[in-house]
Design a protein around this ligand. Structure first.
Ligand code: IPE
Ligand code: IPE
Ligand code: MG
Length: 242
């Protein structure tokens, strides 16, 4: 008997453990971030192969600016280089890249690279790869609140018309469905300011593996775990599982 596998439309990943991966080898932390790019490449391929429509990767949090300057600049370099190196292959695979977060804090150079990859891939439709960069879910909610308040002040919206849909549409993530599955590698079990609103009914999966060691098999394992979950959304179970 073949059962159609339940594939999440939107998978979001907190890519954690690069620093520990490098430190375990006596290397500088940036070496772990470079190795982490290989995992990104593998996971994008696996997402396309498995028919996932949206893949969000938490690549840099607003809090991450507080890391040592050398680590932050290494991360920015790796980001720019990866954009240049990966764009052709992403296009070949039908991947559209979008960004969530406050891009205004990045250098002119980083902003240009981001605009370039978004523009170059804008017509691709197979997978939308969403990079969370200088992302903070609380800041996103503050910004959404400000946007809604401005609309009220302009007389476009009544306060009583602010509903869940209006809030969702004011978030950076307005163009995509909420994540069905959130994966965080490295054994940490926290959200670290990631998609707090959007994660209301997400399924969570916390593998022990460090991000640079995350393989296509690990990704498919996560999909299997997801397929076995019973999402109830506060309702009662409708089908009995044997
Ligand atoms: C995740 O790995 C990458 C970023 C936060 C940019 P970490 O750098 O947080 O790795 P650990 O948690 O220190 O091992
Ligand atoms: C979350 O990881 C941010 C990213 C993966 C980009 P962190 O390593 O920054 O989070 P904490 O500090 O362990 O909560
Ligand atoms: Mg970490």
């Amino acid at each position: 008997m073949s059962v159609e596998k339940k594939i999440p439309r939107h998978v979001a990943i907190i890519m954690d453990g690069n620093g520990r991966w490098a430190e375990n080898r006596g290397e500088e932390r940036y070496v772990g971030h470079m190795q982490g790019v290989e995992s990104v490449r593998r996971v994008v391929k696996a997402a396309v192969k498995n028919g996932v429509e949206y893949l969000t990767l938490y690549a840099f949090s607003t809090e991450n600016w507080g890391r040592p300057a050398e680590e932050v600049s290494a991360l920015m370099e790796i980001l720019c280089r990866s954009i240049i190196d990966e764009t052709p292959e992403l296009k070949r695979q039908g991947v559209r890249v979008r960004m969530i977060g406050d891009r205004s804090r990045f250098s002119e150079k980083v902003q240009q690279h981001l605009a370039l990859i978004e523009q170059e891939t804008s017509t691709e439709e197979k997978l939308t790869l969403i990079l969370a960069l200088n992302y903070s879910s609380r800041s996103e909610l503050v910004r959404a609140t400000q946007l809604l308040a401005e609309r009220v002040a302009r007389g476009e919206l009544q306060p009583g018309e602010i509903d869940e849909k209006a809030v969702s549409e004011s978030l950076y993530t307005h163009f995509c469905p909420d994540p069905d599955l959130i994966i965080r590698t490295s054994g940490e079990c926290r959200l670290s300011n990631f998609l707090l609103w959007q994660a209301s009914y997400s399924e969570f999966y916390f593998p022990e593996v460090l991000w640079p060691d995350f393989t296509e098999q690990e990704f498919e394992r996560a999909l299997e775990v997801y397929a076995g979950r019973d999402r109830r959304f506060g309702l009662v179970k409708t089908e009995s599982k044997k």
